[in-house]
Design a protein around this ligand. Structure first.
Ligand code: DAH
Length: 382
């Protein structure tokens, strides 16, 4: 047994302040029983909290995603130990923030589309309505994520069952699009990771994947090898995009590692990083494109939008408060967010006895099932 001190920090982020202190001692008894009830990794945690009389959050029972109707029962299975999706996450499916033209994420997506359309005369196919529910094979195996990679763990990924997940990245669609014959494409969508919640982290965010395939004739005409040719084109494309979004900004290329690219690089713009590289040949060979070379990138829309629109807290993207939503207009990238809260943050300490089966994310989801997204946590094992 160990002793756990949970320091819940309720942020003062703008739209949040209207909610009262979210975790207080009167809830301690409630939370303790919830925590112990929910210690297995099943998604029962937040659902159990509802059954035990915590404040209910009202969620739609069906959502539209990827052109199909998905019911809550398809995604949240509290009796299935291979499922760890809480209601709070189900409620985000189908909201499609990136498809709203007057939402900062939609405005940014459209601006990136414009860049690709203008620079490459409409050659890039665009997909922004692919279902976020994907197979483990698409999300991990198809992009060569090793079988023992940490990102596959139940602690890190939302599993609907042992074969199906909420996509953790838009790279999950690379193989499927290649098999469909696409050679230039952009895939935008919501992605899901079991993560902490605070001003810069949220378990749901949005990515755009870019992919371009080159034929042998293209690099031979340039007199260089395929990898150098793709790398050069990738750098020019992304540096051009950075310029389009941020003006004459300083950028920096840094070597890194991704399972699906080699070489793998990150582009740093204003301290935000964008992953990319030359696609591993096996991905092309396995999906009908042997003998070609390709590049790919994955770009986190929230991080870029936070810089572009001066948005200080990632949770604001989910706000339906008109004081947030009315600040943005379709097609206008230059607008700067004006904060509207005057309330300070509020700190609460709560202590529990725990045993060895404890995992942080299970507790976090129990807390969020009651408190919503504003509870930030710091853990001290004593
Ligand atoms: N899928 C990566 C992630 O979510 C981002 C990424 C990196 C995508 C490199 C790519 C790439 O296509 O080439 O962290």
């Amino acid at each position: 047994m160990a002793f756990l001190l949970v320091q819940c920090h309720v942020s003062s982020c703008a739209f949040i302040a209207r909610h009262s202190p979210l975790i207080c001692s009167s809830r301690l008894q409630d939370m303790r029983s919830l925590f112990f009830a929910a210690r297995s990794f099943s998604g029962a945690s937040s659902f159990a909290s509802r059954k035990k009389g915590g404040p209910l959050r009202i969620h739609a029972s069906t959502i539209q995603a990827g052109g199909i109707t998905i019911s809550r029962e398809d995604v949240v299975k509290e009796d299935d130990p291979t499922n760890n999706v809480p209601d709070t996450v189900f409620s985000k499916l189908g909201l499609h923030l990136h498809r709203r033209d007057d939402h900062p994420l939609g405005i940014l997506k459209n601006e990136i589309y414009k860049y690709f359309d203008e620079k490459f005369s409409g050659k890039y196919q665009k997909f922004d309505d692919l279902s976020p529910i994907v197979s483990v094979t698409s999300n991990f195996d198809d992009v060569l994520v090793p079988p023992d990679h940490v990102s596959r763990r139940y602690n890190d990924t939302y599993y609907i069952n042992s074969d199906t997940v909420l996509r953790t990245h838009t790279s999950a669609h690379q193989a499927e699009k290649l098999r469909e014959g696409c050679t230039h494409f952009l895939v935008t969508g919501d992605v899901y990771r079991r993560d902490s919640i605070d001003a810069t982290h949220y378990p749901v965010f949005h990515q755009m994947e870019g992919f371009r395939v080159f034929s042998q004739a293209e690099w031979e005409a340039a007199g260089v090898d395929g990898t150098s040719f793709a790398l050069q084109d990738l750098k020019e494309t992304l540096e051009g995009l950075a310029k389009r979004l941020f003006g004459d900004v300083e950028t920096r290329w840094v070597d890194t590692y991704f399972p699906f690219t080699n070489p793998s690089l990150e582009l740093e713009i204003f301290f935000q990083v964008l992953g990319c590289g030359v696609t591993e040949p096996a991905i092309l060979e396995n999906n009908g494109r042997a003998g070609t070379v390709a590049w790919a990138f994955g770009l986190g829309l929230e991080r870029l939008a936070m810089v572009l629109f001066d948005i200080p807290d990632i949770r604001l993207f989910w706000s339906s408060d008109p004081r947030f939503t009315s600040q943005f207009k379709a097609g206008q990238l230059g607008i700067k967010f004006k904060p509207f809260s005057k309330y300070p943050p509020c700190y609460k300490d709560i202590s529990f006895w725990i045993n060895d089966a404890f995992t942080e994310n299970n507790l976090c989801e129990v807390v969020r099932g009651i408190a919503g997204d504003l509870a930030e946590e710091g853990f001290n094992l004593i």
